[in-house]
Design a protein around this ligand. Structure first.
Ligand SMILES: [Zn+2]
Length: 443
């Protein structure tokens, strides 16, 4: 694949246009929907979105591409994913701690081979585009080669991605450990090599507090003090067993979340994956620090980790984005992930003292969590996630006629909300007719 060149011609994409401007949970006027709409794009940026009849006279020179009958929305976003694990998706029979030891760490070791890392990185980004995912926050392995491979593959496609090499030093085989005295320089080299190159950002990625010694956390604290603008991504309160291990490693600290807070990791641009086993105080702390939660339903179900409590996150107005956590998650499709997020909320009712107090996940809120919500969680919403003028033109075209079941179901849809629900429950990569990155058609 050669470098992508951005088209400079003004182009009008005609179709139904839908995007969020805010969180529909807290704002009644959080989205724009134009049934007979149009999206104008020039030089890789959004020029304007609106009704076609209102805007066509304003841009007579535009080349028109007709997607009438289809839905044009911002690209889908995955706020937490592990690209090196592609070949081990669907690894049988274990929960988090044992699954990591038995399958993950040995598989991730293979990424120290640059050829293999390149193969997986390119395959992974091609799959993202096929599934309509235009941005992601990605974990690479302890081998810097794995970060290099992913960033180079992203630059070739001009994609806005965040990535960082996950590191740890306890409860891990020695070959996968990064000693505390190497934490600073290891990250510094990768930050200086990749952060801000093209549309990419580096993320400091201390894997999870149950895999880090106090000395490793102190080294991380020193690093992040020197790089206040760099993203951070971690795992938090994924399952009960890992939470107990954190208690043993950091006996003086009250909770998993307070371990991260104690070492200064909780700030803006910190994405905390899972957040399943949190008390109210911990969720409140995440919101107060302006960090964000990644809701990872297929992974939490596959590993039997637990059911994320979106209602509690909303109670404290914590920022939440949806993600796959592939390959503990079982799909790269954000449409399918939305479907599973809905089921998690339904399942919460079965365990609630008062099931009626648990609200179903609204299709609009669900779609928000996979677009602008995830962009906010990843702190890239100033660039992507909506169709406001000047934003980068990463968008998808959804075809509700792509399969017979979706077609017959969506014919009943009388609202955008119900159409989105049909796509969330039975849609998949076949529903994504086209994917555009910076105005370039990639699918
Ligand atoms: Zn993860």
């Amino acid at each position: 694949m050669t470098n992508v060149l951005t088209s400079t011609k003004l182009t009008a994409y005609k179709g139904s246009v839908f995007y969020f401007t805010d969180n529909p949970r807290f704002n009644e006027n959080a989205y724009e929907y134009f049934h007979d709409g149009v999206l104008y794009v020039e030089a890789g940026k959004i020029v304007e979105a609106g009704n076609y009849t209102d805007l066509q006279a304003k841009y007579p020179q535009a080349q028109v591409i007709d997607y009438t009958g289809m839905l044009i929305t911002p690209g889908l976003m995955d706020s937490h994913v592990h690209y090196p694990q592609m070949e081990m998706v669907g690894s049988y029979g274990e929960q988090l701690v044992q699954w990591l030891g038995k399958y993950t760490i040995p598989t991730e070791r293979k990424l120290s081979d640059r050829k293999y890392a390149d193969k997986i990185a390119n395959l992974y980004l091609d799959e993202l585009i096929k599934h309509g995912t235009t941005s992601a926050a990605i974990f690479a392995t302890i081998s810097p080669t794995s970060s290099d491979a992913l960033f180079e593959a992203a630059l070739k496609r001009n994609m806005r991605v965040i990535c960082g090499s996950a590191y740890m030093d306890v409860n891990t085989p020695e070959y996968a450990c990064l000693p505390p005295h190497e934490v600073y320089d290891f990250n510094k080299i990768l930050i200086e090599r990749w952060n801000g190159k093209g549309r990419t950002n580096y993320a400091i990625s201390p894997r999870s507090a149950y895999l880090l010694s106090p000395a490793e956390m102190e080294a991380t604290q020193a690093l992040i003090l020197d790089y206040p603008e760099v993203h951070i991504q971690v795992h938090l309160a994924e399952n009960k067993e890992s939470g107990d291990m954190v208690g043993d490693l950091f006996p003086g600290l009250k909770s998993y979340t307070e371990v991260y807070d104690n070492y200064g990791l909780m700030r803006e641009k910190t994405i905390m994956g899972h957040c399943v086993w949190l008390d109210d105080h911990e969720v409140e702390l995440i919101a107060a620090r302006k960090s964000s939660c990644a809701f990872l339903p297929t992974s939490n179900l596959f590993l039997g980790s637990g059911l994320f409590n979106l209602q509690k996150a909303n109670k404290y107005r914590a920022t939440v984005g949806l993600g796959t956590d592939y390959a503990a998650g079982t799909t790269l499709s954000m449409l399918k992930t939305m479907g599973e997020a809905y089921k998690v909320t339904q399942l919460r009712k079965a365990f609630a003292d008062n099931p009626r107090a648990v609200e179903p996940l609204d299709p609009l809120e669900n779609y928000y969590l996979a677009t602008l919500g995830a962009a906010r969680a990843m702190a890239i919403d100033e660039y992507v996630g909506s169709f406001e003028s000047g934003k980068e033109a990463d968008f998808i075209v959804l075809d509700s006629k792509s399969t017979q079941d979706l077609s017959i179901r969506s014919e009943r849809s009388e609202s955008i909300s119900d159409l989105l629900f049909a796509l969330q429950i039975i849609g998949d990569d076949r529903s994504v007719a086209h994917t555009y990155i910076m105005g370039n058609k990639m699918k």
